[in-house]
Design a protein around this ligand. Sequence first.
Ligand code: ZN
Length: 77
Amino acid sequence: MSPDASPTECSRAGCRQVASQKVNWRNPRIHSADRVKVWLACGEHVEFLRDYLASRGFPVLVTGIDEGVDLVPENAP
Ligand SMILES: [Zn+2]
């Protein structure tokens, strides 16, 4: 995320809406288990972003915008 971007703007490309949720994720192939990447999502795109990551086999956990997680658990089988 660029430094001048609003920290509450949806991470979906081209979307300028205020984010309402966090999409916490990591790539198990390059990130260790305690690493958490965070995308911000508006209500319209939270499912898109979650599904995008989940379809790649990445662990993903959606939380409220004011919440955070220390780690993203592996996807339930
Ligand atoms: Zn959006």
